[in-house]
Design a binder for this molecule. Structure first.
Ligand SMILES: [Fe+2]
Length: 375
């Protein structure tokens, strides 16, 4: 970690971050490298998100992904956010896929928001229900059957791999024990679908090609190895908590690749020390673009965000709790949070696609929804 080897300070400030704030102040963290690098804390008499308006393209944005049109082809759905390596999209379908797909550009990470899918791939079959992540290694052929509406957050990373998060001092079984990962099996469902003529839609360098077969290439009779699709359910996650200190969201890391950290918010107890912050602290996460997808429960730091919505907070802007949540900064009515959400911290700056800026999908007024009238 590169930093200056000393601290500087001025005026009123707390001794330790995220607790014992000087009276009447709001804390803002200026941080580097996610929450792992050099940081300063600045104490303001007004919430630092209390701007009146923003001119120009830089805005916090929110999208209602329930409005994304259905398609049976996950490679045909419009991309919402992109960077040099990352692609974030949302896939809704009520129909089973008519062909196989293969991403030759990099790994895919799916999060099933609603519905359940029968997943078939080179390695066999497994059921993937709502609340599940599915990591699909680059080059895997796969397709999905569904009996109802399926809604899936799609994250793909070019030239990179999704892997376990760095657990460091927490020990190798923290966050989630590798023993809970499920993988596809050469079971009866797999064997019963082996002889249908099939085609494979391959994505490589953003271009699509189709490989045709007179049989189904998902016809393995056996396999071995350590690159295989894996499933992880949010109910198997083990959240980390401190009763005295509001931990940064990166402590809820679930998967990682060079370009991004994927974390999951699941229910956890609130901090109990009276002077410890009980909502996220305001921060400029200056090396990170932050994306959150809201899966289930009550989102305690956001107003007017429903399940199936996605928020985008680019670097260059401060973000933090909405006014209603701010009122509960040191006192919460419940003992624990009740939210399930997926956070993607992108180390690359993201671009919002024209498909996402559609009036049907983008939620108007989100950029000024923190405003508290201070006159
Ligand atoms: Fe953040």
């Amino acid at each position: 970690m590169k930093r200056f080897e000393r601290f500087w300070s001025q005026g009123r400030h707390s001794k330790q971050a995220h607790r014992d704030l000087p009276e009447g102040t709001f804390e803002r963290e200026m941080g580097r490298d996610g929450f792992d690098g050099p940081a300063s804390h600045i104490y303001h008499p007004r919430p630092p998100t209390n701007w009146t308006s923003i001119d120009g393209p830089l805005k916090p944005r929110a999208f209602n992904l329930n409005m994304v049109e259905e398609s049976a082809n996950p490679f045909a759905v419009p991309t919402l956010l992109t960077s040099a390596s990352l692609r974030i999209a949302y896939w809704q379908t009520s129909e089973s896929m008519p062909h196989l797909v293969r991403d030759a550009d990099g790994d895919e990470l799916l999060f099933v928001h609603s519905g359940s899918m029968q997943f078939f791939c080179d390695y066999g079959h497994m059921e993937v229900d709502d609340g599940s992540y599915l990591v699909i290694p680059r080059g895997t052929m796969w397709r999905v059957e569904t009996a109802g509406l399926l809604s899936v957050l799609l994250l793909s990373v070019a030239g990179d791999r999704f892997h376990e998060p760095t657990r460091g001092l927490l020990g190798r079984h923290a966050l989630w024990d590798p023993g809970v990962l499920e993988y596809p099996k050469l079971n009866e469902q797999f064997r019963s679908q082996t002889d249908t003529p099939s085609s494979v839609l391959v994505r490589r360098r953003e271009q699509l090609s189709t490989i045709h077969y007179d049989h189904n290439p998902l016809d393995a009779v056996g396999w071995k190895g350590d690159t295989v699709p894996v499933r992880l359910h949010v109910h198997d996650l083990l959240p980390i908590n401190s009763h005295r200190y509001h931990l940064p969201p990166s402590v809820h890391a679930t998967f990682e690749c060079d370009a991004a950290l994927v974390s999951t918010f699941v229910p956890r107890p609130f901090e109990t020390d009276q002077t410890a912050l009980k909502v996220p602290f305001f921060h400029n996460n200056d090396d990170i673009d932050e994306v959150i997808f809201y899966h289930a429960g009550n989102f305690f730091s956001r107003d007017a965000i429903e399940t199936g919505c996605l928020t985008y907070h680019p670097s260059g802007l401060t973000h933090g709790p909405h006014p209603k949540a701010l009122a509960r900064m040191f006192e919460q009515p419940n003992d624990s949070t009740n939210e399930y959400a997926v956070m993607i911290d992108s180390r690359e700056q993201l671009e919002v696609s024209t498909a996402a800026l559609n009036d049907q999908i983008e939620i108007a007024g989100y950029d000024t929804s923190w405003r508290i009238d201070s006159t």
